[in-house]
Design a protein around this ligand. Structure first.
Ligand code: ZN
Length: 184
């Protein structure tokens, strides 16, 4: 098991579109394990690969005492929406209401390369939408009302974790995970 440092808002890897997984190999299974260990340690309800500096389409969740992971996801969203507060491990202590679809059907692959389909509502649906957004470089503050987004940005600018970086853009460290033959 290997707990990785979680990248915080301001790190460019969080706004980078990720690449699909091509090789379902041992390295991918290590990535899923690292994501799971890091999420449980945090603790959090979900974690996406870019949050530990790996720009690949992989995420994990821990909702209602059930662990899951999904690779190369595509989502089918219900028209019905849910209200509720949302947070993100890349924005410590920040919580704001974010509208999301009430239900989701997510199709993708597990770490052994088998096609899987995950159906979720409420919190699981919220987590899957939040994590899939991460894979497209979209952050939950992008989903807030413009008023809440302003409040959130103010809170971020005043936060200790953001100011520890002195507003500087952190350098991206070399990922321990290969990019599966891709350079992006
Ligand atoms: Zn997040």
């Amino acid at each position: 098991m290997s707990i990785q440092p979680i990248r915080l808002f301001g790190d460019p890897v969080l706004v980078t579109k990720t690449a699909p997984v091509i090789d379902f190999d041992k390295e991918l299974r290590t990535l899923v394990q690292d994501l799971t260990d890091t999420m449980i340690d945090a603790p959090g309800a979900g974690l996406a690969a870019p949050q530990i500096g790996v720009p690949l389409r992989v995420f994990v969740w821990d909702v209602d005492e059930t662990l899951g992971h999904l690779i190369n996801p595509s989502l089918d969203l219900s028209e019905e929406l849910q209200e509720g507060e949302e947070g993100c491990l890349s924005f410590p202590e920040l919580r704001y209401p974010a509208p999301r679809a009430m239900r989701v059907v997510a199709k993708g692959w597990n770490m052994y390369g088998e096609p899987i389909s995950v159906e979720g509502s409420e919190l699981l649906a919220r987590a899957i939408q939040h994590e899939t957004d991460h894979l497209d470089g979209i952050l939950f503050i992008d989903r807030l009302s413009s008023e809440d987004r302003k409040l959130a940005m103010k809170e971020i600018r005043e936060s200790e974790w953001f100011n520890e970086n002195n507003g500087a853009i952190p350098t991206i460290k070399e990922s321990p995970h290969s990019l599966f033959g891709r350079n992006t």
